[in-house]
Design a protein around this ligand. Structure first.
Ligand code: GAL
Length: 355
């Protein structure tokens, strides 16, 4: 009898041990810190524009692929709401926070609250100012502006330029403009370029950009030669105003973000170029950073950005000027948009060969 009990006990111990090994194996697939599954907070400021929807989806997918749990939400352009959403995430318990600020000037309290809970904060493509921000992951902002201005000058080396910037509260909008002027200023000074309009579109919203452009076109009686638009949503609004005046496709206009609608406008000829910032790479890098930080691993940076409080350790990813000549090689071959989506309004006989 005693032998049977001992055998049964050994059998139970064996099953328990094997079960644990499998459980460990499963949990090892989860991104873990101190044996617990890592929880990543993803706070997105605004999903009204296409690119941020892509960013959020890509980040959530990357986190889940790494076995981390994700709490994500959008503040829909409301800076106060974003702060309270972040506080709620901290209450629910996150190990690290990735944040795309609505307004980087008002989120320092969110960084302080996160640090009180031992949570590090990574700003994503928009910096959080005047705070002890831990990391910033982005693209070369000044480089975006330089690419846009350089491209437009090649198309319109002399003429009347309308400068259409983004939201004044977005530090990026100022950096794009700073980069643009690094290229443009000398052509303004020598008289080759005359600035006939300079506007900043609230919230980067197409409807705001459209109204501003209508006003500029009226003021100059449609006498302009180029539009330096800082991103695709503002270019969208400006092009709608150009369409009203029968000028769409006749006035070169820049953009940024490689939105699908912008890529379609580029191959159809109403928008001239966009700056492609490979969001899949940005989202992957941000989440890998977050999981590594939460796991206590060392992470490498390649730049710093001043945020009014410190030089924030940062990472700059590469950017690319895209027009109809390289749309396939850069945007489509990168898998950011499909050939059929980009060329859907172009008659098959006029399309370049499918890659
Ligand atoms: C900026 C960002 C741009 C563009 C814009 C509109 O902060 O750097 O790529 O997306 O917001 O949302």
């Amino acid at each position: 009898m005693g032998k049977r009990i001992a055998l049964a006990a050994l059998l139970v111990l064996f099953c328990f041990t094997v079960g644990n090994i499998f459980a460990e194996g499963a949990s090892e697939k989860k991104a873990s810190s101190a044996g617990k599954q890592i929880v990543v907070g993803v706070s997105v400021g605004d999903l009204r524009l296409e690119r941020w929807k892509r960013d959020m989806d890509l980040m959530v997918a990357q986190a889940e692929s790494m076995g981390a749990k994700v709490y994500s939400n959008s503040a829909d352009g409301d800076a106060k709401l974003q702060l309270s959403q972040i506080e709620n995430m901290l209450t629910k318990g996150i190990n690290v926070l990735v944040c795309i600020p609505v307004n980087g000037k008002v989120l320092a309290p969110a960084v302080e609250a996160a640090h009180r809970d031992g949570v590090k904060v990574i700003a994503y493509d928009r910096i959080i100012e005047d705070s002890d921000l831990d990391y910033y992951i982005t693209f070369d902002m000044l480089g975006v502006g330089k690419l846009q201005a350089t491209y437009l000058l090649k198309k319109v080396p002399k003429g009347r330029y309308y400068l259409l910037a983004g939201d004044k509260t977005d530090n990026n909008a100022k950096l794009f403009r700073e980069g643009q002027m690094m290229v443009l200023q000398k052509y303004i000074d020598n008289g080759d370029v005359k600035v006939i309009g300079d506007q900043w579109a609230e919230g980067w919203l197409p409807e705001k950009a459209m109204k501003l452009t209508e006003n500029v076109l009226t003021a100059v009686n449609n006498q302009l030669d180029a539009i330096l638009a800082s991103n695709d949503s503002t270019a969208d609004g400006a092009i709608q105003a150009l369409i009203e005046q029968g000028l769409a496709g006749k006035i070169p206009i820049t953009g940024q973000d490689a939105d699908i609608a912008a890529c379609q406008r580029i191959v159809e000829g109403t928008q001239t170029m966009t700056v492609y910032k490979p969001l899949p790479r940005l989202a992957k890098a941000a989440i890998e950073f977050a999981v590594n930080i939460a796991s206590g691993k060392e992470i490498k940076t390649n730049a710093t950005y001043k945020n009014g409080f410190k030089d924030v350790p940062s990472v700059n990813l590469d950017i690319y000027a895209v027009d109809k000549t390289n749309m396939i090689d850069l945007v489509i071959k990168d898998g950011f948009h499909s050939y059929d989506d980009v060329y859907k309004n172009v008659p098959a006989k006029d399309r370049p060969p499918r890659p």
